[in-house]
Ligand binder design. Sequence first.
Ligand code: 2AL
Length: 243
Amino acid sequence: MKIQLINPNTSADMTNTMVISARATALPSTKIIPSTPEHGPKSIECAFDEAIASAALLDLIEQGKQQNVDAHIIACFGDPALDAARELADAPVIGIAEAAFQMASLISYRFGVVTTLSRTLPASEHLLLKYGHQTHCCSVRATDIPVLALENIDNQAYQLLKTECLAAIKQDGAEAIVLGCAGMSNLVNQLSKELPVPIIDGVTAAVKLAESLHQLGLQTSKTGQYGKRISKPFIGRYAHWAP
Ligand code: 2AL
């Protein structure tokens, strides 16, 4: 199968990190096709970044559709433009936050989320509510590590991340930890060795969910919410979305 792995921010280094994690997890027969926008914010850490990144992300979904990919992954923990992407795509579209929450809820009764800036906490809380995981999520913690600092994480930042994971486990009762950024996908193995609970990275969780849906022959439902978008004139820089 072909999986389009979209990093919706413009950091090519972050795309490379997640591609390595995805390829290491995917079946040998799965092709991972990386996709990074040319325009937009270098990292996505607030609603403004997310809004600007979303239009470019939808262009990438359309590109993936032209390449006949079998699944699209939106690899940013805010799951930006996920519903819009599902309106556009026929193949499954998987957001890494939703993928990680789903996996965590299968292997733990209460899980914690450890993410980047405190600024992003409401976004994670909002997604937990939207997806209905709030009763099983007992902890949402920030490290205040900026997304781009994850590209070359130093020991001090790594220890900070580990300390917040431990606090989620010991103080908040987390039985599994969801890592709250695609740029943390290369840290999951080390953290798994050093912490006493399962650690879940959304990128690799999304790859395995995409492979499962493909093997089951399941596509995005085109009835109702994820039905085709409403056809209408679009002008200016968005004229390419006109009928
Ligand atoms: C993210 C992420 O995964 N990619 C990005 O640019 N920002 N997540 C986050 N919590 O800040």
